[in-house]
Design a protein around this ligand. Structure first.
Ligand code: ZN
Length: 840
């Protein structure tokens, strides 16, 4: 009786559990596409499905966004696969040669892993709606088509990669749409306000952040990605509302590391999609616009890591709303958009399931080839790790860890020969203890080649993004690429610095990179008074370079005997060395009481933001202050310029933007007046161009049009070649060598050169008086990447970084983006010099 009762309960529970599994429409209470689903409800739906179809589905929260929203993955497969999901994962890492254990992988019967990522751009909203339709199609008991796929396929769905951005859009849209949606493109519901929902909380584009992982969404997601390593990855996007659907195969340029199999399978997937689109009479295009070159996208990154990575683009985006009238007079609805993404999502799973064993085999081959032969001509990249490089080598090590790249530190000295990135020549070199070595024969070989190659091979220069990112330039590290594998027994590598300074006349901290900056901001926030030396000096047998931070008792009396322990704690926390000095009388250089030793006032810093300002540029600075150097920053709307008490600030940062206040005399005068009274204006990229149009700032360098004059037919162009012609005056982002005056505070901590990522043709005339040409381009300074032929002449003999004196204040011009996507590591110190050193 008792037993019978239990069975009865179990059956009841089983029946009711199944009965509870609801479609999105039933669960949400409205038909998908008729209104926007806020992120929390999407999460609830996925949890609902996992709770009520637990044999087929598992969900896992993998993190949280800056604004506290849940990041979630769901795993959908057959009950047999779900019950051994952890074994499948571990076996997969063995197939990729990246498992920690040495167990042999099993190839037969291994399911294909297909990962679908939705809504990385928050205002491309149809995709998260499609994610709910897609999981439902996979678990719907009445759907007989999808069930067989799950026998040999594990589907991973990330329903929303960028919840903060999505909700920014959805909350705004819901607040402006009327009782009925209005498809007219004039209606305000199609005009999303600044800064838009495309980006995350800090206005970073998460689809540019896969390799660099500067943002917490990417950091948390990539940990999961690297624990899974899918065979197929799709990134769902939206484009302009008039565009037909775009799917694989992608456009040239393809990076040369992409294998024939990866190309072939993109084609197979595209053809399968075409079948469904043809049957429905839907328009689509392939092989155009979306290329596979820059390594930090949701298609290229998976491709460089052994998967078939793809971008799918539906017409829509922030102008789409619930319905939008296209140029052809059709109303494109949110349901249409979601249905197209739903179709390609299922088609991707179908074709992957049909080819599961081939996918597994090719995936394994990709990683076996990587380990046995390696990708590319170089076998070892040797990164020198001198005392001045330590902080940037540490940063590089962190980046390699994030991407699963193996490396070692050399233990002893040996000789080698290879390509010197800085001289551009093959040279002999010495491997010293502590140098970082990355060998190409390892699982991530393709990614290593892409990140390290000195010059990437572009078969077609018409690309969507920057064309150069080689890490030795981005990190400013002396590197040699060797065609022979360097043999050196692995050493222990650098150990964390532990300081134990005691009561002394003073302390000195070298100024080398971001860790030094963090030590400075840490001390400043505690109220410690800091100075710096503008010239090198020697004392107590120790040599210190320009920019070295000096803390003496003078000014810090209030700390009494605890000053030493504050310095120990702050320097230990930031892994920098504090050096004790016993006297203010130096052996070489200037004594600590000299005017060459500058007192540093902790600057009160403001950043212009809001309408008219480039949201990515402002976001880079905002994120850097909060998440990297943890220093207070006041964000001010540029349109409020006339209403601000500027005497409350010492430093004003002006990102790229369109500044109205520079045109109006009253506010322009207010800015000049503030600078004259001692303010420091830091103008970044396009803001330099804006200032150059005033009569008091530096001047833009005009292009030399002499070449055009020589050719009387230079203006004639062939219509069909119009896209290619426009490239002649294009610089999508390439690397140039800048000559630095490193005796100026703006270049403290640098050698006499710097590799800059140049993304436009904006260069400036030298400052002839009343200022300093700190960073200049001389002849033939381009190092890597694509630059249009017409621009090359202009990018010579020009200023990119400079400082202009104005009354008691200064303007710092940083015409190239030192902070680009926060991955150009070597630019960050120069930006900090502008904030903390210049004008002190
Ligand atoms: Zn997008």
């Amino acid at each position: 009786m008792y037993k019978k009762f239990l069975v009865g309960v179990a059956i009841l529970f089983f029946v009711s559990a199944n009965a509870q599994l609801r479609s999105p429409d039933e669960f949400l209470g409205y038909k998908i596409g008729t209104r926007y689903t806020p992120h929390w409800k999407i999460v609830s739906y996925f949890q609902h499905v996992a709770a009520n179809a637990s044999a087929n589905v598992k969900v896992e929260q993998y993190g949280q966004t800056n604004e506290g929203r849940t990041l979630l993955l769901s795993f959908i497969s057959s009950p047999e696969n779900i019950s051994r999901i952890e074994q499948i994962r571990l076996n997969n890492l063995r197939l990729a040669n990246i498992a920690k254990d040495k167990a042999a992988p099993i190839e037969d019967g291994t399911p294909a892993i297909v990962w679908l990522s939705y809504n990385v751009h928050g205002n491309e909203t149809s995709s998260s709606e499609a994610a709910m339709m897609t999981i439902w199609a996979l678990v719907d008991p009445s759907n007989t088509k999808t069930k067989p796929w799950l026998k040999n396929t594990v589907v991973v769905i990330d329903p929303c990669v960028n919840p903060d951005g999505r909700d920014r859009y959805v909350n705004w849209f819901n607040s402006v749409v009327g009782k009925n949606m209005n498809p007219s493109m004039n209606a305000r519901e199609h005009r999303e306000p600044w800064p838009g929902g495309r980006t995350n909380h800090y206005n970073f584009d998460l689809n540019r952040d896969w390799a660099w992982q500067t943002q917490i969404e990417s950091q948390q997601r990539m940990k999961m990605y690297n624990q899974w390593m899918p065979y197929v990855h799709v990134d769902f996007h939206e484009q302009g509302i008039n565009n037909p659907y775009y799917f694989a195969p992608a456009a040239e340029p393809f990076h040369e590391v992409i294998t024939q199999w990866q190309r072939d399978f993109q084609l197979a997937i595209g053809k399968n999609h075409a079948k469904y689109f043809d049957a429905n009479g839907w328009l689509y295009f392939t092989k155009e616009v979306f290329d596979l070159f820059y390594p930090s996208y949701g298609d290229t990154y998976p491709l460089f890591n052994g998967a078939i990575g793809m971008t799918y683009e539906q017409g829509g985006g922030p102008a789409g709303g619930l319905g939008a009238l296209t140029d052809e007079g059709d109303t494109l609805t949110l349901l249409d958009r979601a249905t197209h993404h739903y179709t390609t999502g299922l088609s991707t799973i179908e074709v992957s399931s049909q080819n599961a064993s081939k996918l597994v085999k090719e995936f394994r081959k990709f990683f076996n080839d990587a380990v046995s032969t390696g990708v590319g001509e170089y076998k070892t990249y040797l990164i020198k790790n001198g005392e001045a490089d330590r902080e940037r080598v540490n940063a590089l090590k962190t980046l390699l860890d994030k991407n699963g790249v193996q490396y070692e530190f050399a233990s002893g000295s040996s000789k080698g020969n290879g390509y010197n990135y800085f001289s551009g020549k093959d040279e002999s070199f010495t491997v010293e203890a502590g140098d970082l070595m990355v060998h190409s024969q390892q699982p991530r070989s393709a990614m290593i080649k892409v990140l390290f190659e000195p010059k990437s091979k572009l078969v077609d220069s018409n690309t969507y993004d920057i064309t150069a990112w080689s890490l030795p330039y981005g990190y400013g590290l002396t590197t040699f690429a060797s065609k022979n594998k360097l043999q050196s027994s692995a050493g222990a590598g650098p150990t964390a610095i532990t300081n134990n300074v005691s009561d002394a006349y003073g302390y000195v901290i070298s100024w080398k990179g971001l860790q030094s900056v963090k030590a400075l901001t840490g001390l400043m926030k505690q109220g410690v008074k800091v100075r710096f030396s503008e010239t090198p000096f020697e004392t107590n047998g120790q040599k210190f370079d320009r920019g070295s931070l000096i803390i003496i008792k003078k000014g810090n009396e209030k700390f009494g005997g605890s000053l030493a322990s504050i310095i120990n704690q702050t320097c230990n926390a930031n892994n920098v060395k504090a050096n004790m000095i016993t006297t203010g009388f130096v052996d070489k250089g200037f004594d600590l009481g000299s005017s060459k030793i500058h007192f540093m006032k902790a600057p009160r810093v403001a950043l212009l933001t809001g309408e008219g300002v480039g949201s990515n540029s402002a976001g880079e600075i905002w994120n850097f202050f909060e998440q990297s150097i943890d220093y207070p920053l006041t964000l001010i709307n540029a349109n409020d310029f006339g209403r601000i008490t500027w005497s409350d600030y010492d430093v004003l940062i002006m990102p790229s933007g369109n500044y109205r206040f520079l045109i109006e005399k009253a506010t322009a005068d207010q800015l000049k007046d503030w600078i004259n009274k001692g303010g420091r204006l830091i103008a970044l990229e396009g803001a330099v161009g804006q200032l150059s149009r005033t009569d008091w700032a530096i001047k833009s360098k005009k292009s030399d049009d002499a070449t055009d004059k020589k050719d009387p037919y230079g203006a004639l162009q062939v219509y069909e070649e119009r896209e290619r012609e426009s490239l002649r005056s294009n610089n999508p982002g390439s690397i140039f060598k800048v000559q630095l005056d490193n005796t100026h505070p703006l270049a403290f901590g640098y050698p006499s050169f710097y590799y800059t990522l140049k993304q436009d043709d904006a260069v400036y005339e030298f400052i002839k008086s009343g200022g300093w040409n700190v960073g200049v381009l001389k002849k033939d300074s381009q190092v890597s990447g694509f630059v249009g032929s017409e621009l090359k002449a202009k990018l010579n003999d020009a200023l990119v970084f400079g400082v202009q004196d104005m009354g008691g204040g200064k303007i710092v011009y940083l015409a190239d983006n030192l902070m680009f996507r926060n991955f150009w590591e070597n630019g960050k110190l120069m930006f900090c010099n502008a904030v903390f050193m210049v004008g002190q």
